[in-house]
Design a protein around this ligand. Sequence first.
Ligand SMILES: Nc1ncnc2c1ncn2[C@@H]1O[C@H](COP(=O)(O)OP(=O)(O)OP(=O)(O)O)[C@@H](O)[C@H]1O
Length: 713
Amino acid sequence: MAAVEVRDGFKYYGRSANPKIILNFLNMNVPKGSIYGLLGASGCGKTTLLSCIVGKKQLNNGEVTVLGKKPGAPGSGVPGPRIGYMPQEIALVEEMTVKETIYYFGRIYGMSDDKIREKYKLLRDLLQLPPAQQLVKKCSGGQQRRVSFASAMIHDPELLILDEPTVGLDPILREKIWDFLVESTRNSKMAVIITTHYIEEAKKANIIGLMRNGILLAEDTPERIMNKFESNSIEEAFLILSQKQGDDIITSNPADFKKHPIIPALPGDVIPSIEFENRNTNIEKNPINYNCNDDDFDNRKRVFFTTRGRIKALMTKNFVQLFRQPSGIIFMLMFPLIQLSCFYLAIGKTPTNLRIGIVNEEVDDIHNCFNSSMKTVTAYNETCEFNKVSCRYIKELGDGTAHRIYFKTKEDAFDAARRTDVIGFLHFSHNFSESLQERLNDGRFASNAAFEYGQLNVRLDQTDQQISYFLERRLREAFENFLANLLEDCGIPRGIAGSPVHIMKPIFGTLDSQFQQYVAPGVVMTMVFFLATLMTAAVFISERTDGVWDRTLVAGVSANEMLWAHLLSQFIIMAFQSFEVIMYIGLVFNVTNHGNPATLIGLLTMTAFCGMLFGLLISVYCSSHTMANFVATGAFYPMIILCGLLWPLEGMPKLLQHIVMFFPFTIPTISARNILEKGWSIMDFQVYNGFIVMAMWIVIFFTACVIGLKRGS
Ligand SMILES: Nc1ncnc2c1ncn2[C@@H]1O[C@H](COP(=O)(O)OP(=O)(O)OP(=O)(O)O)[C@@H](O)[C@H]1O
C-alpha cells in the first residue's frame, strides 16, 4: 500500500463556467518509507496538491488515498496525527515561545508532556532550534522555519508533508535536514513529500515528481530520470521534459482535457511501493521513534467532544496570544476604563463658561445695578412700587451657567451674537420695572404696553440645541425666583410666581436625573459589545491569514473545537471585564446600582459574549482586517442609533419602533436601566426579557458562525 496515491486528480479554482485549472488529471504515487521530492515551477500547483492530500482542500474530480484511506474519512487520521504538515508560510503563533510552540503541537497530537519533552530535546539539538524561551516573533526567518519543521515532526507522523522547508536556510542546515529525513525514512515506514525550489537538493530524494501545469511530467528515481534524458542534473532533465511535452498540453478548457487526456506521470515510471516497504523498518533503530501505548498519552483523554491535550493547547494559545500583546491587554482591560472615564467626565454635565449678553436700558451704567444701597421695591398697603428691578434679575442670574457680558444697545449685543462672541442676549426695556409694576398692581386692567415692556426678551443662538436648552432652563428658573422674591417683598404670596404644575417626588429616579444616567446603560453595553467584536474579529482573521488556523485543522483539531476553545477563553475574559466595568463605575463615578450587581454583570457578560460571536461571524465571512473593520464600523452606528440609546424609541416611526425591538441592544438596554435605576430583579419580565433577547442573538450568531465555518472548511 502506497502512503499517498492520487488518481486522475482534477482541481480548479473559480467558477465551473470559467475555471482556473490547477491539477489536471494528475497521478501520483508515494511509496511508504520514501522521500518524494515534488518539483515544479512556482504556481504549477504543488501547494494545491499538498492541500488536497492533507485534507485541507477537496479535488473536483479523481481520488486521493492517504495511508489507505480518503482524507477526512472517519478514522482515517487525516487530517490528524498520522500526518505532519509544514506549510509554506510559517503558520506559528508569534506570541508563543519556541518551547510553547512545540508543546502546542505535541499536545494537539495527543502526546504526553513527558514524551513532548523527550522529543523536543532531540529536535532541538538536531535542528539547532533557537533558545526555548525565545518568542517566535523574535526568531529570524530561518529559525522560524526550523521551529515550524520541528512542530511537524514532533509526533513521528507516518506521512510528513513539507512545503518548501529549506527556503531561507543556510546550506549546512539544509544538508542536515535532508540527512535527517534520509535517516528517518531509512529506518521507518515514514513517507515524506517535500517540495523545494532547490532542484538539485532533491537528488537525495528516493523519487522525484516533476510537475508542470498541473500534471506530473515524470515520477521516478533521480538517477533514472537523469539517465532517461541523458542529463547530468535533474534541472536539465526537467528542462528537456518541459520542452518535449510543453505547451501543446496546456489548455484552459476542462472539456478539452477530457477529450485529450494529458499524459500523466510517464507510464511505467512509477516506482513499486514494495521497493521501499521492504526496506529495513526496524523502528527501534531510529532514535527519534519510541513505542508508546495510549496510557502514556494523558493528553489524549477525552473531555466531551475533545481531548485534554487539545483544551490545554488551544486555551494556552488563546491566552498567550492575548496577554503577550500589550495592545491586547490594553484593549481588553484598559480600554473599557478609559472609555468609561471619557463618558462619565464628558457626557451629561451642565455646560459652563457660556457667555450671555445683557442689555439693560433701565440703567445708564450697569455698575449702578450692583449698588447695594439701591432700593428696588417699596410696598404700600394695596400696591407696590418697583425701581430698576431688572438689576435684581441680573444679580439672581449670576455667572454660574452663563457668564454675563454687558452691552449698551440691542444692536451691539446682536452683532456680538452674530460673531458668536456671546450665545445670545437678554434685553430689558427702559420701562421694564414700571411695566412689571403695572401688570402686578392693575392686573386685568393693565395696558398691552405693560405686557410688552414688562417682559424679559431673550434671543439665543439655537443651533446648539443642548446649550440653548440649558440656558433657557436657567433663565426661566432665575425668573421664577426673581418674581417670587419680588412678590414676597410686596407682601404677596410667593406661590403666585410659580407654575401651578407641581412635579412631585419621582416614582423612580430623582428630580435632578441626568441625561448621563439615561444613556449610561446603553453606552456600557455597546462598549463591551463592540470591544469584543473588534478583538475577536482581529484574532480570528490573524489566525486564518497567518495559517495557524489551517495548520491546526490539519493537525486534526476540528473547527468546532477551536471555536469552543475561543468561546471559553474569551468568556472568562468577558466576565472579568464586565465585573471590572461595574466596579469601576461604582467606585470611581459613584454610580449607584439599585439592583443586584450579579444580574448586571451577567447581562453585561452575555452582551460581550454576543459581541464576540458577532466578531467571529465577521471574521468567518471577511477575509481581511480591512473588510472586517468596515463591517464592524458599519454596524456600529445603526445599532447605537436605533437602540434608543441616544433618543427615546417613542420618537421613532411606529413601524421602526417594532423592528428595533428585536435589535441586540434595545430591550437589553432597558433591562440594564431597570436593574441599575429601578433595582428590579431577574424575576421581573422587564429584566429577564433583556436576557432572552441577548440569548436569542447569541444563538443566531453562533449558528451563522458554525454554518460559515463548516462551509469554509
Ligand atoms: N484559493 C485560490 N483561488 C484561486 N487561485 C488560487 C488559489 N490558491 C492558489 N491559486 C492559484 O493556483 C495556482 C497554483 O498555486 P499553488 O500555490 O498551488 O502553486 P505552487 O506550485 O505551490 O507555487 P509556489 O511554489 O510559488 O508556492 C497559482 O496560480 C495560484 O495563484
